[in-house]
Ligand binder design. Structure first.
Ligand SMILES: [Zn+2]
Length: 468
């Protein structure tokens, strides 16, 4: 960018609205940050904590839950990336928030997949037959998303950007063979005359360090990561969750205190320490960061219908525990009609979700609506397949990162939806004998729509990037 244009962009700072509609011709991206507290009230109504067993009722708050947003504007394009400290949100909830945010080209809402916050999907209520969702709380979340985005929009200013990546396989535990970790942490640093004005950090791990017995609401280690970075860089921070299938977790990761003692899972001490370690990995990424151009901004999304073959999900759906519109599967992921007569048994059902692809100048972003396995992202699906898996002859899906050609890339998981695990069809393994010499079925399939999810989703993503 030449100096004159940069000056012109600075002159426009006084009125962000004018800067936006006046659209100064430059490479400079305008960036703003905003946040809203979305902690539920504890004590009035039961708050069911999501992520492990049912009926885990909150007894208090350890640290608040947040909706954190970054808005990026360039010429006539304006997008928001929002992270919420929740287990997941269905597409319908994201669409409600979008409807209140006119003027945006795209609003992405990703859940961190926090396992220590309230139930927002319905699966963790008092019993198997009752949802754990409080509809009033869902309205609070919607308002928090809208407030965070609007305040980020208001504060947008021209910013220089830097991007860095750091790796640490020791900060992740992979609970299922093949052992493939997505251990890239991506940090985007926005600068205002050399001073850090905001950070976006993306890492790939289940926030579940506090485990299944904790009854204090918390954002898990994400709280400690954000606190560490906010204090160090004195700026707002948006933490985004990426690839978490397969299963990328903080549980079982050996973390020691200053005395060299191993800290136990399920403790605040380990959670805080782990969060700080992730923050320090972000430091490393920023030390290695290079200037990056984030314009022009291109966004492509597509609706995607996916068959729901999981018997448990079908049952929860019928019971009304899982509340979302069902569609009749036609064999075509591009189109399906709503299942109006609510006949769940006669036909194969599907859901409507959404895939996203963003190109911000030299950075490409995959927006994936669930928990994708690292193998599918990094192109590491075993070939040949394990012979004892259920579909060893299923073709290897086109990998997510294999489609991306820009200098830098990032994946945002649980983006605009939570459809569960997305695992390669040739690794699907419900029936004995099992792969890798396992005596029992591996964990994952029980929380996936079915074996067709990955082939349909990965092919659709490839077509979306190639603009087919
Ligand atoms: Zn999960």
């Amino acid at each position: 960018m030449n100096r004159f244009v940069w000056l012109a962009a600075l002159l426009f700072q006084g009125s962000t609205a004018a800067a936006f509609s006046g659209a100064p011709k430059s490479d400079t991206v305008q960036v703003g940050f905003g946040a809203a507290d979305i902690t539920p009230a504890v004590g009035k109504k039961p708050v069911y904590i999501a992520g492990f067993g049912k009926n885990r009722q909150a007894t208090g708050v350890h640290d608040p839950l947040w909706a954190r947003a970054v808005v990026l504007r360039h010429e006539n394009t304006k997008i928001a990336l929002v992270a919420v400290d929740l287990v997941g949100l269905f597409l319908q909830e994201v669409e409600k928030a979008r409807a209140k945010l006119p003027g945006f080209t795209y609003v992405l809402v990703s859940s961190t997949h926090n396992h220590e916050g309230p139930d927002t999907l319905g699966l963790w209520g008092p019993s198997a037959f009752q949802s754990g969702i409080d509809p009033d709380y869902m309205k609070q979340v919607e308002k928090g998303i809208v407030d965070a985005v609007q305040s980020a929009d208001k504060s947008a200013q021209p910013r220089e950007a830097r991007l860095g990546v750091a790796k640490d396989p020791d900060l992740l535990h992979d609970g299922r063979e093949p052992i493939v970790k997505h251990d890239d942490l991506v940090a985007l640093r926005f600068l205002d005359k050399g001073k850090t004005a905001g950070l976006v950090v993306q890492w790939n791990c289940h926030p579940e360090t506090l485990s299944s017995k904790n009854t204090l609401l918390s954002a898990d280690y994400v709280d400690a990561t954000v606190k560490y970075l906010k204090e160090k860089y004195e700026c707002p921070v948006v933490y985004l969750t990426g690839t978490v299938g397969g299963l990328m977790t903080s549980l079982h990761v050996p973390v020691k205190n200053d005395k060299g003692e191993l800290l136990k899972d399920g403790t605040f001490e380990k959670t805080e320490r782990f969060g700080r370690l992730v923050g320090q990995l972000a430091d490393k990424a920023m030390d290695a960061a290079q200037p990056i151009r984030l314009t022009p901004i291109v966004v492509r999304t597509r609706p995607l219908f996916l068959p729901i073959d999981n018997k448990g999900y079908q049952l929860f759906w019928k019971l009304g525990v899982l509340e979302r519109q069902s569609y009749v599967w036609t064999g075509d992921p591009d189109r399906a009609e709503p299942n109006k007569d609510k006949d769940f048994d006669a036909k194969r059902m599907c859901i409507r979700t959404e895939l996203g692809y963003l190109k911000l100048g030299e950075l490409e972003i995959a927006a994936i609506p669930g928990e994708i396995y690292p193998e599918l992202v990094l192109g590491k699906v075993p070939d040949p397949a394990e012979k004892n898996a259920d579909f060893p002859d299923a073709p290897v899906e086109p990998s997510i990162y294999g489609q991306l050609e820009a200098k830098h890339r990032m994946l945002i998981g649980l983006a605009n939806d939570e459809i569960g695990y997305i695992l390669s069809k040739r690794q699907w393994d419900e029936k004995a004998p099992y792969g890798y010499g396992r005596k029992t079925a591996p964990y994952g399939e029980i929380n996936s729509l079915g074996p067709e999810t990955a082939p349909l989703l990965c092919n659709a993503f490839r077509d979306l990037v190639k603009k087919k």
